[in-house]
Design a protein around this ligand. Structure first.
Ligand code: HEC
Ligand code: HEC
Length: 177
């Protein structure tokens, strides 16, 4: 009879561990769905207002296109959604949704720097690697993997590293929050 109590404890322990894990997974799935739904809301609104102009150059419709010159409005919107997915964020991470052309968000400017870095990485380094089957390319998702800040070196269980006062990162080119 004595062994029943430890066995009972073990059972309760295991079952609560299992339910804890699956509820965490469920929470994560809900967060992801909400992010996707939030992005979709803005994408659909833009698609509605751009009916008939899908193949028109984005620069001829929007005010502040610098990095994505030559893309159509349809391509621009799909790139925006991909960036949101790659970083696990909504449009608000990089935009003031009441003024889409605004560069006030530091992440808007950082994204432009990331595009330059990513482009050079693909063109100048990855395409030159001899030991691999070409083409070798990387995109935002390769590093970010649905995280705002990819780990620099190994796991970062303590979360994002602290930023200097004022919110500007050392290499952000002076961009302010
Ligand atoms: C990771 C940052 C990031 C995310 C997330 C993002 N954007 Fe952007 N967005 C940018 C950057 C940077 C530009 C400027 C591109 C350029 O210079 O060509 C831009 C440009 C735009 C423009 C053109 C604005 C103008 O008037 O010039 C629109 C519209 C836009 N984004 C919509 C969206 C929507 C809708 C979402 C969400 C589905 C979104 N963006 C998510 C960074 C982002
Ligand atoms: C080779 C790896 C790599 C690639 C590819 C990459 N990033 Fe990054 N990104 C990083 C790293 C590392 C950081 C964190 C920098 C730091 O420590 O502040 C970062 C930071 C950012 C930030 C600032 C996030 C924050 O919370 O501070 C944005 C925005 C961003 N990346 C957007 C993009 C976009 C959009 C793309 C694709 C065009 C992209 N990145 C491709 C490695 C990468």
């Amino acid at each position: 009879m004595k062994f029943i109590i430890p066995v009972l404890f073990l059972f309760v322990g295991i079952s609560s561990f299992v339910t804890m894990n699956s509820s965490q997974e469920r929470d994560l799935a809900i967060v992801k769905d909400t992010l996707a739904a939030d992005r979709e809301k803005y994408i659909l609104a833009f698609k509605d207002s751009l009916k008939g102009k899908e193949t028109v150059l984005a620069d001829s419709v929007f005010k502040n296109i610098k990095s994505l010159k030559g893309k159509s409005t349809e391509q621009l919107l799909s790139i925006m959604n991909n960036w949101g997915h790659a970083l696990g964020v909504t449009c608000k991470f990089c935009h003031d949704v009441n003024n889409w052309a605004s560069e006030k968000s530091r992440n808007h400017l950082r994204t432009r720097e990331m595009i330059v870095m990513n482009d050079r990485l693909n063109r100048e380094l990855l395409s030159q690697m001899k030991g691999f089957r070409q083409p070798v390319t990387m995109g935002c998702i390769s590093c970010h993997n649905e995280m705002k800040e990819p780990p620099h070196d190994g796991l970062r269980p303590q979360g994002p590293r602290p930023r200097p006062e004022g919110g500007a990162a050392p290499n952000s080119g002076g961009a302010k929050n």
